[in-house]
Design a protein around this ligand. Sequence first.
Ligand code: PLP
Length: 398
Amino acid sequence: EETLQHHYLADAIVELEPSATEAVDEKVKEMRRQGIDDMISLGVGEPCFDTPDNIKNAAVKALMDGETKYQPTAGAVPLREAICRKLERENNIKTDAENVVVTAGGKFSIYLAFTAMLQKGDTVVLLDPAWVSYEAAAQINGAKVIRVPSSAADGFSPDLDRVERVMDDSVKIIVANSPCNPSGALFSKDTLRQLARIADKYGAMLMSDEVYEYQIYGQTHYSPASEFENIITVNAFSKSYAMTGWRLGYSVAPADIVDGMKKIYSHSTSSVTSFAQWGAIEALDSEASAAEVKKMQRIYEENRSLMIRLIQKSAYLDLDCEPQGAFYCFPSYRFDMGSIELATRLLEKYHVGTVPGLAFGQCGEGFLRLSYAADGKAIEEAMGRMETFFQELEKEIG
Ligand code: PLP
């Protein structure tokens, strides 16, 4: 039914849901604005740190030195060269500046690649539970999404046989996100290799979203583009260097995809902010920021242990899949209640923000995503309130 309100909108946009994670964040902020001063958010996917000073200073210096002009659409050449050095040094990916596109966050890399590649009739394969924006980006571009389920019992690692079974010639992209938001799963090297091979067999690309590569606990990161050609690697400065508000990310892809992305980019936003790119160069090249990253990693590691301990102590939460990466725990809860209702009640009554698992797909129903990129004391307080909330809920619904 066409309503007046929808009259001007494209069908794909009418059907589109806004980002669930941003909705939680908005709600928390709105409650704060209303004067509720004891809000604790375990809902946002954002480091609890400020950007390291050396990175800020490099951007300030660039600004004062006059880096205030248009840059090449794909990013300033020195930044793309620094990205290439980083990829070779840390990810064993050999590429050159022509294959790199610097974007407003990793999110816009994903969006641009999808826009460049997809049209009606195409399919994107997602591994459920999956980060919220892949499906939306596919929908906006008229493509169909097939979600391949996984389970906590299998550590939320994809079932490769099921992936094979959904493949056909309409599949253009399989998206793998390791370490994974929301589950914290780290896919094995073998799994990622198999995904690259399955994609290749059907003429598809594997998009490897590696934005949490610096949040891995006790294992090593593997980038499929170190071995395979049919890969779009997506990364960002956001989580790695606590630079979410800078909106800086990048992708590396084969030349024709990069050319397609650049064409759309040049007609839309042209490029990211000039002087911010010099902050990004400093982030990649300096020892000072490497040392800051290590400090952040130690704190994430401590917080992760703390949250795992508190979940294990809880009478109402289960953590079947201990997170190996990112900064989230993804426990299930022992109530027969939808995750949206549960998270909403928890937020409204106890002022604790979490993300309902359903936001990440059907496999996330019955789970909550809790971010431990937060102050340790706040984590303890929030988990304490959750336990009280669950006790009350038990009395109410049993
Ligand atoms: N990919 C995943 C899995 C994410 O969780 C996020 C941010 O939440 C992004 C990409 C986008 O990050 P950015 O802030 O760099 O756009």
